[in-house]
Every structure is written in structure tokens, then in C-alpha cells.
Write a protein of this length. Sequence first.
Length: 209
Amino acid sequence: MQKINMKPWELFFKNRISKLFLEKKSVIDIGGGLRISSKKGNRYDESRQWLLPLVEKVDYKILDPVPDYEPDIVGDIHALPFADNSVDAIICLAVLEHVEDPVKACREIYRTLKPRGYAFVYVPFLYYYHAEKAYYKDYWRFTEDSVRMIFKDFSQLEICSVRGALGTWIRISPLGRFKFVENLFYFFDKIFDKINSKQVSGYNIFLVK
């Protein structure tokens, strides 16, 4: 993944995820959201292969609530199977909308992280319904205000919105599947000053305990 022509939220993801892997020795990926393995999890994203050299240098484990997709750890985000202040870093991408109590889940992330531990989280705001039958439901959406509230205990919180208002609108339409259309509407967002709108697809979040 090259930095050239990267959108702000893509660059934020690349920089903060790289920092997490370079500065911490062990990483728990709740839900396997990095999608770097076709053998663990129900999703695989070839564009994330740039992460493999970083992942290979740390103790990287996937946690999932069910054993179906062969995670390293079977556990519930509402009661993470780790001691207080014991985890170097946590990744939690597109998970909190699917859990019954996201506030409790965030408290568990905070509880288990070591002091100065890192977390990278993605949550959706204006995004289509995406439950998966017999695996997870789709309960919640998050504004920037709610993000700041549920992560208020962290010493550092960085938020980067994903897409502007026009890009968000086209993303949830049938045209959103076409990359050239998405790129066009990113251009429109910048031209019409909608890139800093609060009407966004979601948020990339970097946290320090």
C-alpha cells in the first residue's frame, strides 16, 4: 500500500497500525478485522498484505467469540480472558456495532491494556446494515460524540473520519461498489468542503491507555 494518493483515513490507518506493530510486542485482534489470514476468520483482504512483515515480528493473535473460523483465542469482548494491565495492544475493527454492550466492551479493552498500551478501533456511523446470520447481529452506530464518550478514560484519543458527506452517501448506494465512483465523490467532497463533515461513514480511532 503506497502513501501516494492515499486518502486521509487510509494514511491514518497505515501510520497508526504501523506504529502499533512496531512499538508493541504482542497484539490481540478482536474479531480478526485486519483480515490478513485466509485461514483464520471469515474474511480476507489481499490489500492488507503489506502488514505481514510487521505481523511476523510480534505475537499476533486473533480473538473471536466462536470457534468456527479457527481463531487463536475464543473469548467474549464483554469479558476478555486477560488479566488487568496485561495486553500490549488491541485491534478492534468493525466489531463494536455487533456487540450487545459496546460501553462494557470498551471498558474491557481499557482494563486489559497495559499502561501506555495501544488500541486501534474502527466504528461505523452512516453505514448500511450488515449482520451475518448465525454469527453476529448489527446493533449500533457511532457519532464522534459517542466515540469520545466511550473512550473518555484513555489518556490519548485520535479520531480520523472515514469519507466525507458525499462519499458516505455514494458508499451506501449501489454505485458505492465501484472504485472510480468512490474516488470521484472523494474529489467532490474536497471541492465542496464536505470532507470535514460530521456525516461520515465511520471513524478510525487510535488510543493510548
